[in-house]
Design a protein around this ligand. Structure first.
Ligand SMILES: C[C@H](O)[C@@H](O)CC(=O)C(=O)O
Length: 542
């Protein structure tokens, strides 16, 4: 099931195949009518995880065993139309985001789409300013990731109801309607509603040509897939050579664990891609400020365009100091994938602490908050190069970056969107990459509806397989790092956390194995909650 997509392909399947076998989307199943109110009658959230850490896909200096995951939200409406949204997470963290999404559900269920979009700013505030839940943020951390998942689903629902995909959808709307989705609270000292409106109105000129250009050429992308930190030199070489053949000219390399290693790996990539291709480096928050400056200075010989996340994502003045120190070397600072909200972006921009704005479709409060950041970045004339990859981030963020070009910046200089070639095959409308460019999506919605069986991925991995996967992974890593062999129990304990430690007993493992074999092989068992409870209790007693 877990098949990394290859460069030049759509989600691991060739273009022709995905076109021939278009899965039925919820949009096709219902006779839509834009005038309907689409009352939200239910919110479902699923814990979806993929064992990417097994092969070190996604590994960096701080996230050495990332299992790419998502809290996946489905909104059901009384008209039958559904909205799909998600937020990207890593492995066990997903459980916590799920709790937060459930806590927000009460604010969403019962509202109609019409009611929400007629006062979208108000609805954004409702979710982010709840008197009790805002204490968990406000507008940051788990509660904000959950807000993004829910709002992403609402934007998806809206676009489906209109039969449009977002970039085009937003671009044909009245600029007044766009600004009405943005909460300007806390940013009016740099961007007022009137200024935002002015930017959007001015950008109406030439919009049609830019739309046509994007439909023809697509939006420039860079790849991170060749050089995750856990990959061997052999893998780097192979992937880089494949990527070059597929037309990639912009590459990002993970750095930060070991300087000599970084120098060797970056030289290797630079040699392969040649002097005219673009190279970026990414430390994922590994260093202190002074360390970042000296480490990156040593890597200046490979001419990186930017150093991404050199230090704590919260350290705005630290980023400013790094930016200042590296400017004479021609190296910019990029950050944003863990920048919590528009207020932090505002200060990064005010402090000249970043030269590339890396918005994230799930870290910020969905399209609403991303719109605010795109407009602020335009005002400061700082290029936007979004974070993508993860689970569904490419699918989501392509809409935002197309909107940025068509409706805000009208500028492609120094702009590109990240691309990672994993997990696209799990989406009903996977991204289309042609010649290292994102081609505009064609299906209505926000492109993050997952295939039914993919939405259940973690469920199928639960217990027997998941344990096996995590156990194997941790054993492998522990051998690599310490040379020590861990006991089987220790591995299970680390992999599973305390709540499921009872599975360490071999007897209960056998009972569970039988049960989960049935669960996986016989679908009707998975629907039987009573049966599950009985076996769960039985294994606990044993
Ligand atoms: C843990 C993730 O893979 C992270 O390394 C992604 C990232 O920083 C990026 O894509 O950039």
């Amino acid at each position: 099931m877990f098949k990394p997509a290859r460069h030049g392909e759509v989600g691991g399947v060739s273009l022709q195949r995905s076109q021939q076998q278009k899965p039925l989307r919820s949009h096709d199943r219902f006779n839509l009518c834009a005038e309907m109110s689409h009352k939200i009658v239910n919110l479902r959230v699923r814990d979806v995880r993929f064992p990417t850490s097994l092969e070190q896909h996604g590994s960096d200096a701080m996230h050495t065993d990332p299992d790419y995951s998502a809290a996946y939200v489905v909104l059901d409406t009384d008209s039958g139309l559904k909205g799909f949204g998600l937020t990207f997470t890593l492995g066990k963290g997903t459980e916590i985001v799920l709790c937060a999404v459930k806590a927000l559900a009460g604010l969403v269920i019962g509202k109609s789409l019409q009611e929400i979009v007629s006062n979208f700013r108000g609805f954004y505030r409702l979710l982010t300013s709840d008197g009790q839940m805002r204490w968990l943020g406000p507008e940051k951390g788990v509660i904000h990731l959950a807000t993004a998942a829910v709002l992403n689903a609402v934007w998806d629902l809206w676009a489906r109801a209109e039969g449009k995909y977002h970039a085009m959808y937003l671009s044909i709307q009245d600029p007044k309607q766009i600004v009405s989705c943005i909460d300007f609270r806390y940013i009016t000292d740099v961007l007022t509603e009137e200024e935002a409106l002015d930017i959007l109105v001015k950008a109406q000129e030439g919009k049609k040509q830019r739309e046509d250009q994007m439909l023809k050429e697509g939006y420039p992308a860079y790849t991170t897939s060749c050089a995750w930190l856990g990959y061997s030199d052999q893998q780097l070489k192979q992937l880089c050579s494949d990527a070059l053949k597929s037309g990639w000219t912009r590459f990002k390399v993970k750095v930060g664990a070991d300087l000599e290693d970084d120098i060797r790996r970056c030289r290797l990539i630079r040699k392969m891609i040649g002097p005219s291709s673009t190279l970026m480096i990414d430390a994922n928050q590994r260093w202190d400020v002074a360390e970042a400056i000296s480490w990156v200075s040593r890597l200046a010989e490979v001419k990186p365009l930017w150093i991404e996340e050199p230090t704590s994502p919260d350290d705005i003045l630290g980023h400013a100091a790094i930016s200042k120190a590296l400017a004479p070397l021609g190296i910019g600072v990029a950050t944003g994938e863990q920048c919590h909200n528009r207020v932090m972006f505002k200060q990064f921009l005010q402090a000249s602490a970043l030269q590339f704005v890396q918005i994230d479709s799930c870290r910020l409060g969905s399209v609403n908050e991303n719109l605010a950041v795109l407009l602020m970045a335009y005002k400061f004339q700082v290029p936007v190069c979004p974070h993508a990859g993860g689970v569904g981030l490419c699918e989501l963020v392509q809409h935002l970056i197309l909107f940025d070009y068509i409706c805000v910046s009208a500028d492609l200089r120094n702009r590109m969107c990240e691309y990672v070639d994993h997990l696209h095959e799990h989406f009903t409308s996977p991204v289309v990459i042609q010649d290292a460019h994102y081609m505009p999506p064609k299906d209505p919605g926000y492109s993050c509806e997952m295939l039914e069986e993919s939405g259940l991925y973690f469920k199928h991995f639960t217990f027997v397989q998941y344990k096996h996967w995590r156990g194997k992974n941790i054993l492998k890593l522990s051998h690599k790092r310490t040379g020590l062999k861990m006991s089987k129990e220790k591995v299970f304990q680390k992999a599973w956390g305390t709540e499921i430690n009872f599975l360490q007993s071999s007897f209960s493992v056998t009972v569970n194995r039988i049960f989960f074999f049935l669960l996986i092989k016989v679908p009707s068992f998975s629907e039987s909650f009573d049966f599950f409870l009985i076996l769960f209790g039985l294994s606990f007693i044993m």
